[in-house]
Write a new protein. Structure first.
Length: 67
């Protein structure tokens, strides 16, 4: 996966989370948490699964915040 593909997938994952948590958490909060999680993967040698893993981990964190 190239950098452009990864960026596109990360943006799609972020947008999906913003939609999923609309009405429960502000978009800025979702975006901030997603950014924190993505940065945790900055040194991952294999990048192919970063968007999926970041979305999953962010969703778990946001669920705990919104419950």
């Amino acid at each position: 996966m190239g950098l452009e593909d990864e960026q596109r997938q990360l943006a799609a994952a972020r947008d999906a989370l913003v939609s999923e948590f609309a009405g429960r958490l502000p978009a800025g909060e979702v975006d901030a948490r997603f950014g924190e999680i993505v940065r945790e993967f900055d040194t991952a040698p294999v990048r192919g699964f970063v968007p999926v893993l970041a979305q999953r981990k962010t969703r778990e964190r946001l669920r705990s915040l919104s419950s």
